[in-house]
Design a protein around this ligand. Structure first.
Ligand code: NAD
Length: 500
């Protein structure tokens, strides 16, 4: 429950040093229109640094009333934003990118603190991708158009692309800023207004980005940030008749509920869900490169990546060598303080995620797999898990079928191409896959057979906002990125003009 709070003006900025007791923690209110708004219930959650388990901030818990206010605000802002000259929208987005760049260090620090991500990784990977995403879609703003389609000689028939309307963007905690921006930037470029619901445990960067967007000249109400529980704020957004489109990244279970909840007014829905991606290593591959990429494919961001290569399929002839080399790589990872430049793996994001991952490690052991590296928690403070490699994994085991979302690799042997494809395609997911081989014919054959939205050949894990991203089955519905995102945030309108 909330304790009496000091006024917002007397509080330090979000990236100030951690405060000693919770009543003096920085308080973060909702961002609706141009205002920071306290929650009507007066309830704040305590945001925790996952590396130290120390409270770092108090975050407003929105509810249905705040969602309704945000929807009304976004609807009011829609007309002006969608009818603004498209080139001007693009210029505002470019200024937004400039400001993100100018505040790069602050945002890096905030994201690292809130999500436990190594500072160096956020600086190298997340922030550049965030800025690139905004610039890419800023460039699209005045290039979104329909077609003249000559259907009949007695009519001029053409299409225009109109903004879909008010968008609810529901974001997970593993890449709060980057995945958030994959939704915000294309929606804004298309002339939509947006309400962002960050994950409850990583809300800080979204709130700061919302402020920077206003500073860049985004009209009030075009981008609103409503923090709070998924089951409250997320659910209220999904069910609200004033929302036209839901774009969601998160777990398959919540995604299923969103599809059902969105049916009321037939909201458009895009879902980016989970994965259990297979990284196939054939005996003729460049094994040095394959081991390096397979290790970072599962251990990057402590395995909390939807496209993590969590199943490493090694051809039987090289299986033992792969297991040994992956274990050596896992043991060489420096797990620790995200702020230290030495650190290559931070903590998991939360106590709940720590429990999930440790439970799966136990399940793997009970299923008969052997933990040849890691297999346990690291330390007693902070949510750290040792990078874990399981050998002797059978395809049917739970650790081979279910998404763990932690630094746990299942190394599975295969005999030949057909066997590798059968195992790779044998889960409910289809987000991504990797193939390693020196045989050019084989890599193309296998890439063609893999059930995956993205296939990496002789590399692993890259994404780029210019390339479609997403999957089918338990991995979701639709695609983000590139011009696919423009389809997500616009509706075509057919115009038929009689020439008679
Ligand atoms: P989650 O589904 O628990 O939460 C995601 C978001 O949904 C959060 O903002 C949460 O508050 C909100 N939410 C929760 N319940 C809700 C409800 N009833 N209605 C509306 N919103 C609700 O997922 P998570 O634990 O934050 O993220 C991990 C999952 O996300 C993993 O399964 C992972 O694979 C997936 N993921 C996928 C991608 C991708 O691009 N495909 C990227 C990152 C993460």
């Amino acid at each position: 429950m909330p304790s009496p709070l000091p006024p917002t003006s007397s509080l330090p900025s979000p990236n100030s040093p951690i405060w000693p007791n919770s009543s003096s923690l920085p308080r973060h209110d909702l961002l609706i229109g141009a205002e920071r708004i306290a929650p009507m219930s007066g309830t704040y959650s305590t945001d925790i640094d996952p590396a130290t388990e120390t409270p770092i901030a108090l975050v407003a818990q929105g509810g249905a009333a705040e969602v309704d206010l945000a929807v009304q605000t976004a609807r009011r802002a829609l007309k002006g934003w969608s009818r603004m000259r498209a080139a001007e929208r693009g210029r505002i987005l470019q200024r937004f990118a400039d400001l993100l760049e100018a505040h790069r260090d602050e945002l890096v620090a905030l994201e690292s603190l809130d999500a436990g991500k190594p500072l160096a990784a956020v600086r190298r990977q997340d922030l550049p991708a965030v800025i690139d995403t905004v610039r890419y879609y800023a460039g699209w703003a005045d290039k979104i158009h329909g077609d003249v389609i000559p259907a009949r000689p007695d009519a001029l028939t053409y299409t225009v692309r109109e903004p879909v309307g008010v968008v609810a963007a529901i974001v997970p905690w593993n890449f709060p800023l980057m995945i958030g921006m994959w939704k915000i930037a294309p929606a804004l470029a298309c002339g939509c207004t947006v309400i962002v619901k960050p994950a409850e445990i990583t809300p800080l960067s979204a709130l700061r980005v919302g402020e920077l967007a206003l500073e860049a000249g985004l009209p009030p109400g075009v981008l609103n940030i409503v923090t709070g529980k998924g089951s409250v704020v997320g659910d209220a957004l999904v069910g609200h008749p004033g929302i036209d489109k839901v774009t969601f990244t998160g777990s398959p279970g919540v995604g299923r509920g969103i599809m059902q909840g969105a049916a009321g007014n037939f909201k458009r829905v895009t879902l980016e869900l989970g994965g259990k991606s297979a990284n196939l290593i054939f005996a003729d591959a460049d094994l040095d490169a394959a081991v390096r990429a397979a290790a970072s494919g599962i251990f990057f961001n402590a395995g909390q990546v939807c496209s993590a290569g969590s199943r490493i399929l090694a051809q039987r002839a090289i299986y033992d060598e792969m297991v040994e080399r992956l274990a050596a790589r896992a043991n060489a990872i420096r797990v620790g303080d995200p702020a230290s430049p030495e650190t290559t793996m931070g903590p998991l994001v939360s106590k709940a995620q720590l429990k999930t991952v440790l439970d799966y490690i136990e399940i793997g052991k009970q299923e008969g797999a052997s933990a040849v590296a890691g297999g346990m928690r690291v330390g007693e403070r902070g949510y750290f898990v040792a990078p874990t490699v399981f050998a002797n994994v059978a395809h049917e085991m739970r650790i081979s079928q279910e998404e763990i979302f932690g630094p746990v690799a299942a190394v599975i042997p295969f005999d030949d191409e057909a066997d590798a494809i059968r195992i790779a395609n044998g889960t409910a997911f289809s987000l991504a896959a990797g193939v390693w081989s020196a045989d050019i014919g084989r890599v193309h054959r296998v890439a063609g057979e893999l059930k995956a939205g993205t296939v990496w050949i002789n590399t692993y894990g890259y994404t780029d906002v210019r390339l479609p991203w997403g999957g089918a089955g338990d991995s979701g519905l639709g695609r983000e990125h590139g011009d696919a995102a423009l389809q997500n945030f616009t509706e075509p309108k057919t115009v038929w003009l009689s020439l008679r």
